[in-house]
Structures are given as C-alpha cells and as structure tokens.
Ligand binder design. Structure first.
Ligand SMILES: Cc1cc2nc3c(=O)[nH]c(=O)nc-3n(C[C@H](O)[C@H](O)[C@H](O)COP(=O)(O)O)c2cc1C
Length: 392
C-alpha cells in the first residue's frame, strides 16, 4: 500500500485543486498571550473526533508561526464562524500582528478569548499532538461548549466563502409555497399583457437542474406549445440566464460550468451576457432562428432529459447569438421574447416571465413598449406578493 502511495506523483497544485472541491467550515483557534492579548489563527481542518471522551481535532502546518505560541497555552478557544462573518474571517487571515484589530472577542467561561457572534465556541485543552506529514494533528479535550447564535456556519469551498443552503423536504415545501403564491399573484398580470399585445406570456421556474414551464396566458384561445405547463428545459446558458443573473455568484458559476467547463469563449460570452442582463434588467431575444431552436429544445428535452450534451450545446449556441442585441433605431426586426425576473423577499428570482413576439417583424418602439410593460408587471407582482405577505 505504501509502495503504491509512493509511486503516485501528486503535485501540490493537483492536491489543492482536488481538495478545493471539498467544502470545510472555518474556525478560529485562539488563546491569550503571556501579556493577555488574543492570539490565534483560522483553520478549516477542524472536526469532531470522539464523543466519549469528548474530543475534537484539527491540523496545523509546521510552517505556522502562530501555532507554537498557541500550543504552549493551557487552554484554547475554538470559535465556529457564522456565514455572515466573512469580514471577520478576512481580518483573521491578516498577518499575525494585526489579526485581531477590529475583531470583537470576549472571554469564555474557561478564560479563552472567543470570537463574538460566532455560531458556537468551544473551550479545550490540548490532549495530544501527532506528526502527520508537513502538519501536526492536534487532539483537544473539550472542557465547555456554548452555542452563541444558531445560524448557518461559514463554509469555504473552491477558494471562496459561502453557506449551506438546505434542499430538504421542508425547504422544498417552503419554496413551492413561494412559487405558487408568486404564480397566483402573476396570473392577472399575465392575462392582461397577453390580451393587450395579442400574444403569449409564460412563466418559467427553476426545478432542480432544469427549468419548467410553470404557467402561461394567451390572447383568445391560441393553442401554443410554449405554454404547456410542465414542459422542461435545460438550465444551461443562455436558457435560465435570468436565474443565473439574479441568483448570485454561485448560480452564475454553476450555470456557466453546465455548458462546457473547457469552452473559454463560451464562458466569456456567458459572463458578458449576465452582466448585460443585470444592467438592462431583462433578457431580450431577437431574430428568428432562436425561437425554432428553443422550441425544438423544449420538445426534445421534455421527451428526453438526457439529450446528448453536444446536441444541447449546438442548439444553445444558436440561441446565444440572438440574446440582448441592440435594438435598431428605425428598421423592423424579428422579436422573439422579452423576459424579466420576479424577485422574492431576499431578491432571489422566483420565476422568469416572458412576453412573446409574433410572426411579423416589430419596430424598436414596439419592442421597447413590451419591455416596459412586462417590467412594470413584474414589479406589480412583487408588490402584490409583499402585500399578501404582510396581511398573513
Ligand atoms: C479558510 C482558511 C482555512 C485555513 N485552514 C488552515 C488549517 O487547517 N491549518 C493550517 O495550518 N492553516 C490553515 N489556514 C492558514 C492559517 O489560518 C494561517 O493563515 C497560517 O497559519 C499562517 O499564519 P501564521 O504564520 O500566523 O500561523 C487557513 C486559512 C484560511 C483562510
């Protein structure tokens, strides 16, 4: 076994890259210095080790200049940082001399400095220290525990900080309730816009890794495949761009990676697209080829969600070309649709509303009128949701 390990050539870059895929929490290991000042360092390698006796463990690099002093301390404090303590985390990552400036701390019941507002703090004494490669494995006996704030912990993954977001049944039920309330508030607005412009208005919602047609309205009794509720689309660029643009950095990265992790040109195009959508507040699709491709994509994907990626990509690339072009001043142009987000209480996108064009070409003025109308409708729906929330 050891021969096998020896025979593998693993570069530290490779190791870091792989381990970056595995999220960790972030804790501050602290103690008082001889002159009663807080000293400490952040570690991501903290975990619980034993219940009986109660032990925790973390690993420290042999190169750490702070650890030798911490190791001498009779007691140490461990503070589990909270998701909203990213600023504190940055401060604690500074050089040892200035690490605690601007960081609020307090003395624990066992006399160790712990970070104020952390999720929990633990008082420990060091029980054992083992050598593990270029690190020390530190085993600590717990002396006391305190939950300071029962909020989600800060997580570190892929070189950036974030928090855990629950996707269990309770979470899904809450978001389903939000979605249904949003669609209910959207219904009259969608019907009004469909009649006013003699067209179709659809609502798209995220569902797992897909997008699903969640509602629709049409003028008169136009039968149309675009409002077949339940039809699915892949949430791959540029489809689902509304949810990426308003879903935060993590949503953007997931959305871009789903296209093709090695396609740099595609990635640049997608990032530009997101920036443009945020600046404009809407997605506009003009030119005729894209609607055919979206329609085919929707049909095929609903029948067969495992459609080969290369087919998906080729169709998606055509659609991408037609997104958010500048409107011509005076010539007529094919107008496919304009989409806007309806945002929830935390400014998260609940649904994307689309007002569709038609067979004939449109003037820039007509397209702008439709953009303004659907934008105003989305804002009214948001207000209606908030009003309903406040009377519940
Ligand atoms: C999120 C995060 C996690 C870290 N995890 C560890 C760790 O598990 N072990 C470790 O030795 N250093 C870890 N470090 C680095 C130390 O916090 C510290 O920067 C390093 O020891 C150098 O500072 P020092 O010379 O004062 O010890 C981590 C840093 C950050 C920002």
């Amino acid at each position: 076994m050891s021969e096998f390990v020896k025979s593998l050539e693993i570069s530290s870059d490779q190791l870091r890259q792989v381990m970056a895929q595995y999220p960790t929490g972030v804790v501050a290991i602290t103690s008082l210095s001889r002159d009663d000042r807080p000293q400490g360092m952040l570690v991501g390698s903290f975990m619980s080790l034993s219940l009986e006796p109660p032990l925790v463990t973390f690993m420290v690099a042999l190169t750490s200049s702070t650890w030798p002093a911490l190791k001498q301390s009779e007691r140490i404090g461990i503070s589990i940082l909270a998701h909203d303590q990213q600023e504190i985390c940055k401060k604690l990552s500074r050089s040892a001399a200035e690490r605690f400036s601007g960081v609020d701390w307090k003395l624990s019941s066992h006399g160790s400095p712990v970070i104020d507002g952390a999720v929990a703090s633990i008082d420990c004494e060091i029980a054992e220290v083992h050598r593990g490669g270029d690190h020390e494995i530190v085993v600590c006996r717990m002396l006391g525990l305190e939950i300071q704030r029962a909020v989600p912990a800060l997580l570190f993954s892929h070189g950036s900080y974030g928090r855990f977001s629950q996707r269990d049944e309770a979470g899904a039920a809450a978001s389903l309730g939000d979605l249904l309330a949003c669609l209910d508030a959207a219904r009259p607005h969608m019907a009004h816009l469909a009649e006013k412009f003699g067209t179709i208005v659809t609502a798209l919602a995220p569902s797992g890794d897909d997008l699903v047609v969640a509602g629709g309205a049409c003028a008169g009794s136009l039968p149309d495949n675009r409002i077949r509720v339940g039809h699915r689309l892949p949430s791959r660029a540029p489809l689902g761009s509304i949810f990426a643009a308003w879903g935060g950095p993590e949503a953007v990265e997931t959305w871009i990676r789903a296209v093709n992790p090695r396609d740099t040109q595609g990635e640049i195009a997608c990032r530009k697209l997101i920036q443009r959508i945020r600046e404009r507040g809407h997605v506009l699709s003009v030119a005729s080829s894209s609607s055919t491709h979206v329609a085919v994509l929707r049909e095929q994907y609903s029948e067969c969600p495992k459609l080969p990626l290369d087919i998906l990509r080729s169709r998606i690339n055509v659609v991408l070309e037609d997104y958010n072009r500048d409107l011509p001043a005076d010539e007529l142009i094919d107008f496919q649709f304009v989409s806007v987000p309806v945002l929830g209480d935390a400014q998260e996108p609940l649904v994307s509303l689309s007002l569709w064009g038609g067979e004939r070409p449109f003037s820039g003025k007509e397209i702008r009128e439709r953009v303004d109308a659907i934008t105003a409708a989305a804002q009214s729906i948001q207000r209606a949701r908030q009003d309903r929330g406040s009377v519940q």
